[in-house]
Structure formats: structure tokens, C-alpha cells
Ligand binder design. Structure first.
Ligand SMILES: NC(=O)c1ccc[n+]([C@@H]2O[C@H](COP(=O)([O-])OP(=O)(O)OC[C@H]3O[C@@H](n4cnc5c(N)ncnc54)[C@H](OP(=O)(O)O)[C@@H]3O)[C@@H](O)[C@H]2O)c1
Length: 247
């Protein structure tokens, strides 16, 4: 089958899609899904080398811009948005897939660890969402997808700092969604259970990674939400591995 003809069938063809955390386990899987759609990709994370390596793996037919950015720094997020404006003049989709894990007993969490959780998982996500929305408002449409995780709506022992950040993400996202719906900006929040990515390398909790979701499974779920009817809003989407299902 002609690949270009196939691309034209996607709702994402020629859409500018920013993936923040593009080099992560979930982010990379999303990029792999989106490369088939004809979307114009903007890849962001801190490590320039890893962004370049990821971009080099994409077929030459894919339009890709890489932009190193530390989302805990609002000035860098602003520079990221300016770079997108200069290159494309628009931003259609933001995928928030940057973050880190911390699961340990509440009394062992240091002030520095709490700061890191809130700065990255809560405030960093706030900055990207806030600033992407300004670009989207001008075009009166946009889709903001945030990989929250199931610990954005369920509690878990040892999740106090992580849940504090993730519950906060849900809170601000729902408020912004109310404020931005009149501009045609849709929000989707993804509540994944465990996904087998490098996220778990830094978490001192014994888990059977074979029982986690595959990153490709999570990414296909995100792609389906992005390709849904433009008048439909896939608001809150949960996907759990069958080994641990929350209701
Ligand atoms: N894995 C899971 O089980 C799971 C489940 C539910 C939800 N989530 C959430 O999904 C998101 C992605 O997780 P993942 O599993 O893909 O993690 P991952 O494989 O560890 O990837 C994390 C990504 O975030 C980027 N990043 C880290 N700090 C950053 C910063 N200050 N500025 C910009 N980018 C930064 C990393 O790149 P650099 O280091 O180069 O910056 C990397 O691209 C996180 O928010 C996580 O909480 C994960």
C-alpha cells in the first residue's frame, strides 16, 4: 500500500504535535505511533543527544523538530513554544509525557525529593499546558493530552509525594479545561496503571515488570484518542494491566 495515501487518512496528518518527554518509554512509543500518521512532530525533553538519536530513527518522510527543554524552567518552556511558533506557526496537540516516579514511605521523603516531584510532575506539566494553550487559543482549537497515571486518582501506600503532584495535575487540568473549552481546546487525561518503562528503574519498589502494560499498548490508546471525531472529547481514560485493576 502507498504509505503517503495511508497517511492522508489520519486525522493527524499535517497536525503539529508536541511530545514532551519524547525520549521516555511512553513518549517514544507515542512517537512510533505518530510517525505513521503524517503528523509534524516536535520532540522535547532535556537530553539533546537522546532527542537527536530518536529523530534519527524516524523515516525521512516524517517532519520532525527537536527542542531540548527542561520543563521545570518556565523560561525554557516559553522558548520551546516560541520555537514551534517560528517553525510551524501553530500547535495542534500537546502530549505531556515527561515525569519521574517516587514511591517511598512518607516519613523518608526529603524536602528535596518533594520539591523534585512538585517541580517536575506538577509545575512542569502546568507550565507546558499553560503555554501551549496560549498558542492553541489563537487558532481556536487544540488537544492537550496528559499522561497522568492511575495515581492521579487513586491513592497508594508510599505514593504520597507522587500522588500529591499527580492529583494536582488532574485538578489544574480540569480547571483549565473549563476555561479553555470556549476556544475549542480539548483535554484528555490518561490514567495508566504501571507501564514497563525506565520510569521503574529509579523506583525502589519490587514489581514484576512482565505484568505491566507495554509502552506500545499505552501509545495506541493515546493515538486512538487523538484520532477520535473532533467533536468528541475523550476526557478521562483509564487503562490497567489485568494484574492490578482499580475501580
Ligand atoms: N511508567 C509508568 O508506569 C507510568 C504509569 C502512569 C503514568 N506515568 C507517567 O507517564 C509519564 C512518562 O513516564 P515514562 O514511564 O515514559 O517515564 P520515563 O521512561 O522515565 O521517561 C521520562 C521522560 O521525561 C523526560 N523528562 C524528565 N525530566 C524532565 C524535565 N525536567 N524536563 C523535560 N523532560 C523531562 C525524560 O527525558 P530527559 O531525562 O532527557 O529530560 C524522558 O523523556 C510520567 O509523567 C509518569 O508519571 C508512567
Amino acid at each position: 500500500m502507498n504509505v503517503k495515501k495511508c497517511n492522508k487518512m489520519s486525522a493527524l496528518t499535517d497536525r503539529v504535535v508536541l511530545v514532551v518527554g519524547a525520549t521516555g518509554g511512553i513518549g517514544q512509543a507515542v512517537v512510533e505511533q505518530l510517525q505513521e500518521t503524517g503528523a509534524k512532530l516536535v520532540l522535547a525533553a532535556r537530553s539533546s543527544d537522546r532527542l537527536q538519536a530518536l529523530a534519527a530513527q524516524l523515516p525521512s518522510s516524517v517532519t520532525v523538530q527537536i527542542q531540548p527543554c527542561d520543563i521545570t524552567q518556565p523560561q525554557q518552556v516559553s522558548e520551546l513554544m516560541q520555537a514551534i511558533r517560528s517553525e510551524h506557526g501553530q500547535l495542534d496537540v500537546l502530549i505531556n509525557a515527561a515525569g519521574a516516579g517516587l514511591l517511598k514511605p512518607y516519613q523518608k521523603i526529603t524536602a528535596a525529593e518533594l520539591d523534585q516531584m512538585l517541580n517536575l510532575n506538577l509545575k512542569g506539566c502546568f507550565y507546558t499546558t499553560q503555554q501551549a494553550a496560549e498558542l492553541m487559543k489563537e487558532q481556536q482549537q487544540g488537544h492537550i493530552c496528559t499522561v497522568v497515571g492511575i495515581l492521579g486518582k487513586h491513592s497508594m501506600a508510599m505514593g504520597s509525594a507522587y500522588c500529591a503532584a499527580k492529583f494536582g495535575v488532574v485538578g489544574f487540568s480540569k480547571c483549565m479545561a473549563e476555561e479553555l473549552k470556549r476556544y475549542g481546546i480539548r483535554f484528555s487525561l490518561f490514567y495508566f496503571g504501571g507501564v514497563d518503562t525506565p520510569f521503574w528503574d529509579a523506583v525502589s519498589l519490587k514489581i514484576d515488570r512482565q505484568k505491566l502494560l507495554r509502552p506500545a499498548t499505552a501509545a495506541r490508546f493515546i493515538r486512538a484518542a487523538l484520532e477520535t471525531d473532533p467533536h468528541a472529547v475523550p476526557l478521562e481514560l483509564s487503562l490497567m494491566p489485568d494484574s492490578h485493576v482499580f475501580f
